[in-house]
Design a binder for this molecule. Sequence first.
Ligand code: 5GP
Length: 229
Amino acid sequence: MSSRVKELETSRTVSQATSRGTLFVVSSPSGGGKGTIIRHVLQVVAVENLSYSVSYTTRAPRQGEVDGREYFFVNRETFEEMVAAGEFLEWACVHGNLYGTAKNQVIEETNAGSDIILEVDVQGAASVRQLLMDSVSIFILPPSYEVLKQRLIARGTDSPEELAVRLRNAPDELKQYSAFDYVIINDEVERASAQLASIIYAARARCMRQESLVLEVIEKFKSNSIIES
Ligand code: 5GP
C-alpha cells in the first residue's frame, strides 16, 4: 500500500474525531443515470459542502465534454505513468478504456472537511470499499433493461459497438449490487436524487462523524450543570 493511501486512511480514521469529509462512491451500469442524479444533487438539491471527484480517463472526449470538468482526458502513456507513480486511489479498465480516481483531490477535499462523490464503476467501488472502510457506497439500479437501453440510445454518445459492449456488460455489473451499502432504483430523477441526498445527510448525522462536536456540547453541558447545582 502506498504512503499516499496510508495518509488518506489515517485521515479517514481521524475523520471520526475531526469531521473530515466522507467519500460517497456511486456506481451503476453505463446509462444507469448516476451522472444525472449526482448533478441533480449537486446543482438542484444543492447539498452544501459536497464536491465531485473528476476522474482521469484514456477515453476520447465526447461532444460537449470539457477537459477538467467531466474528466481529465489523458493518453494511455500518461495514465500508466500516473499508475506507476501511485497517483491513483483506484483505477480500472472499463469497457476497454482506463479510468482512475486521483488521490490529490480526494485528500484535499476530505481534509478540508468537504464530502466528495466518486462516480466509478463496480470494480472501482470494490477497491475504495476495501481501502477505506468508512466510505459509503451506493448502487444506482436502472428500473429495467429496456429503460437502460433506451437511455444509452437517447444519449447518442456511443458508437453501435460501444453501445453493444456497455449493454453486454450491464448484467454482470448489476450482480454486484449487494456489495454496496445502499441501492437506489432510478425510476424517477427527482425521487432518486432525494434518496441520494438523504443518504448523504444520514452519513453526516452518524455519531462517529460528529464526535468532536458532540463532545464539545456535552462538556459545556456538564460545566453549566455544575454551575447551576
Ligand atoms: P463513461 O465512459 O460512460 O464516462 O464511463 C464508463 C464507466 O467508467 C462508468 O461506469 C463510470 O462510472 C466509470 N468511471 C468513471 N470514472 C471512473 C474512475 O475514476 N474509476 C473507475 N473505476 N471507474 C470510473
